[in-house]
Each structure stands twice: as C-alpha cells, then as structure tokens.
Design a protein. Structure first.
Length: 162
C-alpha cells in the first residue's frame, strides 16, 4: 500500500502549491483534492502494471486507484507549501547530482515534517537518463517509504515515469 502512495508522492508534492483554504471545516481543500486525484491515477496505473495479464487486472486497478486516492489525500492535507518546496528541492538535487545510494534530506522545523530522497540506480531508456529512487517522508512522526523511477526531459527537468 505504501508503494502505491509514495511512487506518486512527488507528483502530489508538486501539485500541492495551491491554497489550503476550504469553505467549511469538513470540505477537503485543494491540496487534498489534488492529492486524491493524483493518488488515484498513480495508484491505478501502478496496480494495473503489477497485475498485468492476470484475471484480476481490473479489480487490482480499481483497488489501486482507491488506495492511492485515500493515501494521496492524506499526504496532500498534511504537507504545507514549505514542505513541498523542500521536498521538491531534495528531489531535484538528488536526481541531478547524487551518486546512487547517496541521500538528500530535508527538514521543515516549523511543521516538523521531513524526508529524504535517494537515487538507487541510473540507466538510459529511449535515449534519456533515468533513475530509480527511494523516498521517505515523515509526517507527524509516521515514516512512509516508496519507490519510483524518473527520467530526464529534454529541458533538463525530471519526469516521474513510475
């Protein structure tokens, strides 16, 4: 379950730069909505890939989307703008400059949230540099770990591909 969440967490983090204001205390704010939608997409895609060819592929996709949505909403609601900026900076620095198995850490002293980003393998795919990574995010003392792959785009930015 945590793999589904954190494989897409950088997407969630990059989408969390909107206002957190909601109309009532029970309504989800924009960060929660973006997190849920992104989590659903990423969770469904990952589950579909994992179950590809099995008779339960459809069910796995639906369950992956549901779990990803719930977990994405949770992360989106708990990370503030500075958390997002710090995590994004660690992500960019680690992918661009770190050797494999060397982490870049971030800590927000105001929120108490922290994390690390560690590239674990570098390779080329379709002429692009790609890096597998491990990411840890600690929110409210709860550590969540996930894995993914990002590839460098022609403009030098990194795109999460899984």
């Amino acid at each position: 379950m945590k793999r589904v969440l954190l494989a897409g967490s950088m997407i969630v983090l990059s989408a969390c730069n909107v206002s957190t204001t909601s109309t009532t205390s029970s309504d989800p704010g924009p960060k929660e909505q973006i997190g849920a939608i992104t989590g659903m997409i990423v969770g469904g895609a990952i589950a579909n890939d994992m179950a590809e060819g099995s008779k339960n592929e459809g069910l796995a996709t639906v369950l992956g989307a549901f779990i990803g949505g719930v977990m994405g909403q949770s992360i989106g609601s708990q990370l503030d703008e500075l958390d997002r900026q710090m995590a994004q900076s660690a992500y960019n620095e680690a992918l661009e400059y770190n050797r494999s198995d060397v982490s870049t850490d971030w800590v927000n002293p105001d929120s108490g949230n922290s994390g690390s980003f560690t590239p674990t393998r570098t390779y080329t795919m379709s002429g692009r540099y790609c890096r597998e990574y491990t990411q840890e995010i600690i929110i409210g003392g709860q550590k969540q770990t996930g894995y993914g792959t990002a590839c460098r785009q022609p403009d030098g930015s990194w795109e999460i591909v899984s």
